[in-house]
Design a binder for this molecule. Structure first.
Ligand code: CMP
Length: 139
């Protein structure tokens, strides 16, 4: 059975542009409950640790530089079938290929600056949530 939780980050360009409130509103209106949330400015090293699975790929340097360029909002979200439901809400990784009305279509600029991150599987959601939040931070 699919899990009830997923993990997201609102990326630096979307926070800097003042879209965090609108994106959080879309998330809540889609039926997700906020379990944990924080505003964080990652160092480049920390961004590299978070995206370690992509180390060595052509976009890794740009991605980690961008993700450490300003504050992000990290959050754990709860809903039935959370991972799949959230990926539907945010749309394709490349904003130009995302469906109309999705978060990335509305607020994404490019593959790297694609407004939000969403976990790709239950195990990833647990690992990514644990990167930012201890058990004590989750309600
Ligand atoms: P995200 O959901 O945060 O997960 C990994 C990120 O790497 C992804 O969103 C994109 O921002 C970025 N990414 C993945 N594939 C590519 C690519 N081919 N070129 C540039 N960036 C990519």
């Amino acid at each position: 059975m699919a899990g009830k939780r997923t993990f997201t980050m609102i990326k630096p360009s979307a926070v800097a542009a003042g879209h965090a409130g609108d994106i959080l509103s879309m998330i809540e209106k889609a039926g997700f409950r906020l379990v944990a949330m924080k505003l964080v400015h990652l160092s480049k090293h920390q961004a590299g640790l978070f995206y370690a699975e992509h180390d060595g790929k052509s976009f890794y340097e740009d991605l980690t530089r961008f993700m450490s360029s300003g504050p992000i909002i990290a959050a754990i979200l709860e809903k039935e079938e959370a991972v799949a439901e959230f990926r539907k809400l945010i749309g394709a990784t490349d904003p130009s290929k995302a469906d109309a009305g999705t978060v990335r279509k509305l607020y994404g600029i490019s593959m790297t600056e694609n407004a939000v991150h969403g976990s790709d599987a239950d195990a990833t959601a647990e690992r990514e949530g644990s990167f930012y939040f201890s058990q004590l931070d989750r309600v």
